[in-house]
Each structure stands twice: as C-alpha cells, then as structure tokens.
Design a protein. Structure first.
Length: 193
C-alpha cells in the first residue's frame, strides 16, 4: 500500500503564502533575539544553572577583580571601597585588604568563589569554578586571597534564575519557529521534486 502525496497544492498563491509565512517567522525570530540582547539577558543562564560556575561570572566579576588587584600590586591605583568582594594582597612588606585582621580561613569560608595565591601557586575553593584568575601571572613574592561573600553570590544567583526563566520559553519559541521555517522551506522547495 503506497501513499502518494500528489494532491498537495502547488499553486502559485500557495507558494506565495508559504514564502510570506517563512519571511514573517524569520523576522519574528530576529525580533526575539533583539529582545534578549536589549534587555541584557544572559544566554549562558539557559545552559549553566549556577551563576558562580558561569563564564559570565569569570569574565565580569573575577577578571575585573583581578585587574583592580593587579593595579594595586603595580602601584597604579587601589581597589574601590565599593568592591563587592573581599581581598587580601601582601608582598611581604605592604598589605592591602578590605577586611582587617582576617586570615586565610576567613576568605576560604566562601568556597563558591575563593581564589588564593601563595608561594607561586593558585588554589581555589572546593566549589569554585576553576577557570579565570588562575591563568594570570603573579610574581612569587605575593600572597593574594580573593573571595565573594555568599550574599553577593546568592543575589546574583537570583538574577541568574530570573534570566533563565525568561529564556526557557524564548528557547522553546525559537525552536518551534525554526521547525516551522524548515518545514515551510521544504514545502516551498518541494515543487522541484
């Protein structure tokens, strides 16, 4: 028992309607991407569930902290008082910190985002993303501790989840539109078969 699809309309008006529908779907997809772009929604939140494990955290927070700390080490500036991370920098003679009288254990308690440099070696907290700062060169004479407080990470995690909640329906819509576009293109091109 063969089924032949010879009854599908190949009229010019049908092809024109399918073409117009395809163009509309493509335009709607572009508009949705623009919505995400203009609202500063981070697409990575769709894939990575934990903010502190994201590449965005490494590039926007950790790398910026490193640049600020590096400027202190090179005597070109100081870390802003409004920094949302804790730091300790010492070259053996001078010490800079935004928490007084605290030792390594204080910094280490924030294990979601803890970076330590001692005796030429970077170490990280148990639950810390291993990328980012450990790739930067520091001369052996420095001791550096950087950690992000749990309150800051939790606040950013909530924003991350809000972004994810916006993106999940968006991804579903884009997927459906992509299937519709491919189906319409197949149908539109079906006249050559």
């Amino acid at each position: 028992m063969d089924i032949k699809l010879k009854n599908i309309s190949r009229k010019k008006s049908t092809k024109t309607a399918v073409f117009i529908l395809t163009v509309i779907l493509i335009v709607l997809t572009v508009v949705q991407f623009q919505f995400v772009s203009y609202n500063d929604i981070i697409p990575e939140s769709l894939i990575i569930r934990e903010y502190s494990q994201s590449e965005y955290f490494l590039t926007q927070e950790v790398r910026n902290a490193w640049y600020e700390i590096n400027s202190v080490m090179e005597n070109r500036g100081e870390v802003p008082k409004s920094a949302h991370y804790y730091y300790f920098i010492s070259d053996g003679e001078k010490t800079y910190s935004n928490v007084e009288g605290k030792d390594k254990n204080f910094f280490k308690q924030f294990d979601k985002a803890f970076y330590s440099y001692e005796m030429g070696t970077w170490t990280i907290g148990e639950n810390t993303n291993p990328g980012g700062i450990t790739k930067f060169y520091v001369s052996d004479g420095y001791t550096i501790y950087i950690s992000y407080p749990d309150e800051f990470i939790n606040e950013k995690q909530q924003e991350w989840e809000e972004s994810r909640n916006i993106l999940v329906p968006f991804a579903v819509r884009v997927g459906v539109v992509a299937v519709l576009i491919l189906t319409s293109i197949y149908f539109f091109d079906g006249s050559n078969r």
